[in-house]
Design a protein around this ligand. Structure first.
Ligand code: FEO
Length: 406
């Protein structure tokens, strides 16, 4: 990736993770890749804002990008570490060996992590205070504590004279960057739709659990005159930064409900008896003009399910009984959704049982503290009859009514 000048002597540095089968955070599929961005400010003091992950020769790639701005790694005077997660700090150990002079600006909570993750002693760091400024001649940086966007030690950096927010994980998305389209005004409408979907999925996978801190962070930033947003994943917003701010506000507010009038339907089946009801349910939802996102497990990864589940007002789960409990792949999905704090949903459950059942009891126990409003359920023994299909049409119809009320 070539470097991109943002304004004056401020540059975008970036690499894409595009390895097939790579799991972000070791969990989440990223079939469309993800970018890791850092930023360089050349001036009286040279500043690097966020590093990169120590994989796939990324540090060497970013070093070459810095050199293409006619300085070397050893010329960096100030390193701003907005976030210690290793996708942004993995290079830190080797960076500090190569550059022994750079002063590290980070939060107080990040200071012990410098040593723990990277063997970098605390005496190389300056712990910022909230709102603290750093005058650097043509540039002036201001630091804000923004805890839990995405881990407890996170902060953001604001260049006051130009109104540029270096937001790290906040306002980020999955999706590799195209070398010739890293700014929002260079991206086609189709590609914007792609990044929006990838931003939602990134939010649901990475940030969703911390939606309350996101709302607090947005409130804190609301007084700033933000002209450009430079996140550490995804495109740079220079034409219309309010677009991604509004998206993030909407995503965070989904945590409080009610979400979009859509349904995410996740189903699993052992011998096809539960599967045969799925099309009947979809027919009812479509008849009511309710968009439905359909996933099957095992097969579809929970990382993909999370994005649609997060924004949907309704969740429908279909699974048979397996050894007196829910079919295990579905139990895993439900546990993951609850762990990610997918709350305030209207829920319906259906499934076949063979001998004595048990999935419904297990479902009720596992979702008791989920914050979900379980509006209905439908179970039948063995293969569904025409009467079962009629009954579920009626039950799903009542469920659709509940979505209107939300
Ligand atoms: Fe992109 Fe929380 O790291």
């Amino acid at each position: 990736m070539k470097i991109h000048k943002i304004v004056d002597e401020i540059y975008h540095l970036s690499v894409n993770i595009e390895e097939e089968g790579y799991l972000f955070e070791g969990i989440w599929p990223i079939p469309n890749g993800v970018s890791i961005n850092g930023y360089l400010i050349k001036g009286d003091k040279n500043v690097l804002i966020d590093l990169t992950q120590d994989i796939m020769d990324f540090p060497a790639a970013v070093s070459r990008q810095i050199e293409s701005a006619s300085i070397g790694v050893e010329d960096i005077d100030i390193l701003v570490v907005n976030h210690m997660e290793p996708d942004h700090s993995g290079w830190l150990r080797d960076f500090c060996r190569q550059n022994t002079k750079a002063v590290i600006y980070c939060t107080e909570k990040a200071v012990p992590l410098l040593e723990a993750f990277s063997g970098v002693p605390a005496d190389r760091a300056v712990a910022i205070t909230d709102g603290m400024t750093l005058e650097l001649g043509d540039y002036e940086l201001q630091f804000f504590n923004t805890p839990n966007i995405h881990w407890p030690e996170t902060m953001m950096t604001y260049e006051k004279k130009r109104g540029i927010l270096f937001s790290c994980d906040a306002f980020g998305s999955y999706g590799s960057l195209d070398e010739d389209a890293v700014f929002d005004d260079q991206v086609s409408d189709e590609k914007h739709a792609f990044y929006e979907n990838e931003a939602l999925r990134y939010y649901a996978n990475i940030v969703a659990s911390f939606s309350l801190p996101v709302l607090k962070g947005l409130e804190k930033l609301s007084g700033l005159d933000i002209k450009i947003i430079c996140p550490s994943h995804g495109i740079i917003w220079r034409e219309n930064p309010s677009v991604i701010v509004d998206h993030y506000k909407r995503y965070a507010e989904y945590s409080k409900g009610p979400g979009e009038k859509e349904v995410t339907l996740v189903w699993s089946s052992m011998y096809g008896n539960t599967k045969k009801i799925v099309s009947t349910i979809i027919e009812v939802l479509r008849g009511r003009k309710i968009p439905v996102h359909v996933y099957q497990v095992p097969g579809d990864d929970v990382g993909h399910i999370l994005g649609d589940a997060w924004k949907s007002r309704g969740l429908i789960f279909g699974m048979p009984t397996y050894e007196y409990k829910m079919f295990p792949p579905m139990a895993h999905v439900i546990e993951e959704l609850i762990m990610k704090k997918v709350k305030n949903k209207k829920v319906f459950r259906f499934g076949s049982y063979g001998w004595v059942g048990g999935a419904q009891r297990d479902f009720e126990a596992k979702t008791e503290k989920s914050g979900w409003d379980v509006v209905g359920c439908f179970e039948w023994q063995g293969a569904a009859t025409e009467a079962d299909h009629d009954a579920i049409r009626k039950a799903v119809g009542a469920y659709c009514d509940s979505l209107e009320e939300a």
